[in-house]
Write a protein that binds this ligand. Structure first.
Ligand code: CO
Length: 497
């Protein structure tokens, strides 16, 4: 056995454990009877401790040192070593007391948050959230010392390997200067159109599901290695070669669940397209959360809200639900799916106003991690940001800084990946359509194979072979910037209306 093969076997065992955790987590969110919660939590906690034990195994450092001088390794093996070292450095950065204190604080804060959000009571949440924030700062400092990063960048690095706040500042400042004026412009164009006739429901859940499955198949989702179910919060999860997605149906409105399915299918296509030969190795993993979100948004926003797709999809929608009249025309469907309207809630936001929600959260969490603002001032700072970025007056904290679970659940550093993903999606889709002129016309016929073929070759099949910037530069000719995203918005919401 060489040191490399020892490492590879060891990380294969970690992946096997992660696959079991993934399916148990899916079961927890989709199928589990309520009475099993406590027993399940015990099993999950034990499996996670076992996994942490394996990923911090004392032999890993020695294996890495020996494998470094192995001259027989190819590009994928070398990249695997780089990824293994990255994961191992982060996993061994934290003392176990800090991990335990943080997980306890998060459990308490999440529980309190549900009540606080219902009551719009930030003051009630404050001491719990302060404890989570304090521990996140300590985690950021501990990881940052090992990685040579600021505490915020060290937290960000968990979701976006190689991500740096100086770069995000520049990208987001660019967007923040563009968006308020552009939103006004897009809404003025929109206001000149006649109002859209409403779609008359109800829309049976079984019909919505059947239509969702039909579109998943059109996109190229592999049903031999996954399934579609229902959960309160839609997600893509499961295990290697068992990539499951969920949605949530409303009988009064089918349009949201359907777009939700297309979004999660984008995530799933990435997972199903990872390199089979390295599926259970760190180098075979998805490149980071912004690239993951780019794959869901590429399908949902770039491909499936295009006129081409809706020309194909609208007649199928009408047929499925037995609809009649102008509300079911593809042009009406397109206007419905590209409506711009500033609001309070991030998850309900449209493509144009969504980035403002993210930029606000990013700026606030960076300030709080750096300890440059007292946490008690969060609601006021939030509301001022919503006013200046989106022009809306937040009536209470339930519709304001209490709406998301990310901060109570310790997800500091996650928010920017949503908008980095939207920008990345625009840049990748643009490059794909320029590389293969058949992609858009094929989407108009419900054929996603040219698009998915390009994504397989340039994104999915590369796993974590390259750092994100290099992957994007190879695929699109340049590192990420805001210009393609802005051009996409201008084309869709001004020029082509
Ligand atoms: Co997503």
């Amino acid at each position: 056995m060489t040191a490399y093969s020892d490492l590879s076997a060891h990380f294969g065992r970690i992946a096997a454990l992660s696959n079991a955790i993934g399916i148990l987590q899916w079961d927890n969110d989709v199928m589990m009877p309520r009475g099993a919660a406590e027993t399940r939590a015990e099993s999950m906690a034990l499996l996670q401790v076992m996994r942490h034990g394996l990923s911090t195994d004392a032999r890993i450092g020695g294996w890495l040192a020996a494998a470094d001088s192995d001259g027989s390794l190819g590009a994928w093996e070398k990249a695997n070593l780089r990824e293994i070292r990255r994961v191992w450095t982060v996993d061994t950065a934290l003392p176990s007391e800090l991990v335990e204190a943080s997980s306890k604080a998060i459990s308490a804060c999440e529980m309190r948050w549900r009540q606080a959000r219902a009551d719009a009571d930030f003051t009630g949440l404050l001491p719990y959230l302060a404890e989570v924030l304090n521990l996140q700062r300590q985690i950021g400092r501990a990881k940052g010392e090992k990685l040579g990063l600021s505490p915020y960048d060290a937290l960000l690095n968990d979701y976006e390997p190689g991500g740096r706040s100086t770069k995000i500042d520049a990208l987001f400042d660019d967007l923040a200067a563009f968006l308020p004026g552009f939103t006004q412009e897009a809404m003025a164009v929109q206001a000149r159109r006649p109002a859209q006739p409403a779609l008359e429901g109800p829309f049976a859940t079984a019909t919505q599901r059947a239509l969702g499955l039909k579109f998943m198949a059109a996109l190229g989702y592999d049903f031999e290695r996954g399934r579609l179910d229902i959960s309160t919060h839609p997600f893509c999860g499961g295990a290697d070669n068992d990539v499951r997605i969920t949605t949530r149906y409303e009988e009064a409105d089918f349009t949201k669940a359907l777009m939700g399915v297309l979004h999660e299918t984008g995530h799933a296509l990435y997972e199903q397209g990872r390199p089979q030969g390295y599926l259970n190795q760190p180098v075979g993993g998805a490149r980071g959360m912004s690239l993951h979100e780019s794959q869901s948004l590429l399908m949902e926003m770039q491909a499936c809200r295009s006129r081409q797709f809706l020309t194909y999809a609208a007649p199928l929608m009408r047929e499925s639900f037995g609809g009649t009249g102008p509300a079911w025309e593809s042009e009406a469907m397109w206007h419905r799916y590209t409506r711009v309207e500033p609001g309070f809630i991030r998850v309900d936001a449209d493509e144009v106003t969504y980035p403002a929600h993210v930029i606000l959260r990013y700026r606030l969490e960076k300030t709080l991690i750096a300890d440059k603002m007292p946490l008690a001032e969060l609601p006021a700072a939030w509301n001022a940001g919503m006013k200046s970025l989106l022009g809306v007056t937040v009536p209470n904290d339930r519709l304001g800084c209490l709406q998301d679970i990310h901060w109570p659940s310790g997800g500091w550093g996650y928010f920017p990946t949503y908008t980095l993903g939207a920008m990345t999606a625009a840049q990748i889709f643009d490059a794909a359509c320029k590389a293969d002129h058949a992609i858009l016309p094929a989407i108009g016929k419900g054929d996603f194979s040219p698009l998915v073929g390009w994504l397989r070759a340039n994104i999915h099949g590369k796993g974590s072979l390259l750092p994100t910037d290099d992957l994007l530069t190879e695929a699109t000719g340049r590192p990420l910037d805001a210009s393609v995203f802005k051009a996409h918005l201008r084309r869709r919401y001004i020029d082509e209306v």
